[in-house]
Design a binder for this molecule. Structure first.
Ligand code: TYD
Length: 207
């Protein structure tokens, strides 16, 4: 009998509604009495903190350096002796993670050759593969409208073409990586309906 925790990853472009769905799933796990934790990438470790400073503009770095930092942050998130994912999962905790290596392929694959990004993350994919990747698919136009409603400033045009490329990259790598379990969910549905669809599709992997 396998007493390990499961590893559930949420993916999607910015504004796709991942965080709302993560909360819904957490409620379901609680009801099902499954021990779980929620985490995210960039992580809360030292490399993740540096990445957040870059994302907010507090620190400047070339996009190619940032791509390497995401790969390094992920390895620390997995391997850290105190709060690493491998230890948690080994000890029976199911982990829900907001973004993982498919985010690197999709986002950092815009600035770097995709093959480089895949190679940079090869240790992570060898060490810890998601039990299931839940991809919330939303049109970049709709996602940007949502972001604009919630935030004051957005560089609309630049962001739109970037998000379109990010979405394309997601589909390109889903196609390429046949050994990954990916569930694609229509992000245009009401949040409660989406949560129910996600639960129906993933509960078989959890219980
Ligand atoms: P996220 O925290 O999900 O965004 P927010 O909290 O602003 O909604 O992710 C931060 C950004 O980092 C997001 O635009 C995607 C990007 N990212 C990468 O470029 N590569 C990666 O490997 C990861 C995990 C995220």
């Amino acid at each position: 009998m396998d007493n390990k925790g499961k590893f559930i990853v949420f993916e999607g472009i910015d504004g796709s509604g991942k965080s709302t769905q993560i909360k819904f799933l957490a409620d379901k796990l609680k009801e099902a009495k499954i021990a779980y934790e929620i985490t995210a990438e960039p992580s809360e470790g030292p490399v993740g903190v540096m990445i957040r400073q870059i994302l907010t503009g507090e620190r400047k770095m070339d996009n190619r350096v940032i791509a390497a930092l995401f790969a390094a942050d992920r390895l620390d998130h997995i391997l850290n002796e105190e709060h690493g994912l491998l230890n948690k999962i080994e000890n029976g905790t199911t982990v829900i993670c907001d973004r993982y290596y498919f985010s690197s392929y999709a986002y950092n694959g815009v600035d770097m050759p995709m093959e480089w990004v895949i190679a940079a993350n090869s240790q992570s994919s060898r060490l810890l593969k998601p039990t299931v990747n839940v991809f919330i698919d939303l049109d970049p136009d709709v996602a940007l409208e949502r972001i604009a409603r919630n935030r004051q400033r957005t560089e609309l045009f630049e962001k739109k073409s970037r998000l379109e490329k990010v979405r394309e990259n997601y589909f390109e790598v889903f196609e390429k990586m046949q050994d990954e379990t990916v569930i694609i969910i229509d992000g245009n549905q009401a949040p409660e309906m989406m949560a129910e669809e996600i639960w129906q599709k993933i509960k078989g992997y959890l219980c």
